[in-house]
Design a binder for this molecule. Structure first.
Ligand SMILES: Nc1ncnc2c1ncn2[C@@H]1O[C@H](COP(=O)(O)OP(=O)(O)OP(=O)(O)O)[C@@H](O)[C@H]1O
Ligand SMILES: [Mg+2]
Length: 254
């Protein structure tokens, strides 16, 4: 049952000529993206390029001015956010959004309840353990309040929660920002588990070593425009991309 969408449609998420304008600022300009099941798809570009705006349009936080969004072939352009979440889109935020005064397990369960496509159900213990280990959170007491976790641990917990909700796609906004290199490895481990489950990942990230290392394909944005979509190799060797983005500080990390 869960695989019906994947069998019928090559693309799990499709953006068709999506545009968004904020009082004269063109944040998204005729964006066309198709993401396959289990694909890690990068969305990169300078600050203000429109990356988070695209996530917000996909989630229905903002309405697109033009264009359509399809989840597994179903047009979701006009649907409210909660319906999109229930249909199988999970999201993590640039700054973690968890209920910091609630305990860890409650936060996990609530995230799953919001996104769950199937019946409301409890967390699968072995799956939870596998994900907590990948995130190096296995020794953390789940009855602690989330506010007692470090910033990095909270960001990792958001990804754990998103995977546990078994979405078709996870939208992950700058997971590595504020994390150390070891924590970045935990992100990779979590994404690998997600991909094995057939979950697609739309990854926004400025850490180029992470993006180039794990993405299957990448779309590069600049001033709301899609400069190109291609493999990490194609992106890194594209003159326009180097001029707009990679030639600056991002390249210094290589
Ligand atoms: N709610 C809003 N109202 C007005 N302008 C907005 C709004 N959200 C985004 N913008 C503008 O749209 C443009 C794209 O912003 P967005 O946050 O999508 O960029 P980004 O690529 O995510 O940048 P960053 O890498 O800094 O997170 C910017 O010019 C921003 O100021
Ligand atoms: Mg952003």
């Amino acid at each position: 049952m869960e695989n019906t969408m994947k069998e019928r449609h090559l693309d799990v998420l499709k953006l068709e000529h999506v545009s968004k304008n904020f009082g004269g600022v063109v944040a998204a300009d005729d964006i066309c993206i198709e993401i396959n099941p289990g694909e890690i798809f990068g969305l990169i570009g300078p600050n203000g390029a429109g990356k988070t705006t695209i996530l917000n349009i996909i989630m229905g936080i903002y309405d697109a001015d033009k264009g359509n969004i399809y989840l597994g072939g179903t047009d979701i352009t006009k649907l409210p956010t909660y319906k999109r979440a229930r249909m199988g889109i999970a999201r993590t935020f640039q700054h973690p959004r968890l209920l910091t005064r609630c305990d860890i397990l409650t936060n996990i369960q609530m995230g799953i309840d919001l996104t769950k496509r199937t019946q409301k159900q409890n967390v699968d213990e072995s799956e939870l353990r596998e994900l907590l280990e990948a995130a190096n959170l296995q020794d953390v007491d789940l009855s602690l309040s989330v506010g007692q976790l470090s910033y990095g641990q909270q960001k990792l917990l958001e990804i754990v929660r998103a995977v546990l909700s078994h979405p078709y796609i996870m939208l992950v906004d700058e997971p590595a920002a504020g994390l150390n290199h070891r924590e970045m490895d935990y992100i990779v481990a979590l994404f690998n588990i997600a991909v094995k489950k057939g979950i697609a990942v739309l990854l926004i990230e400025h850490a180029m070593d992470l993006v180039m290392g794990i993405c299957d394909r990448i779309t590069v944005l600049n001033f709301g425009k899609q400069i190109m979509t291609g493999t990490p190799d194609e992106v890194q060797n594209n003159d326009e991309v180097i001029a707009a983005y990679l030639g600056g500080s991002a390249n210094a990390e290589d």
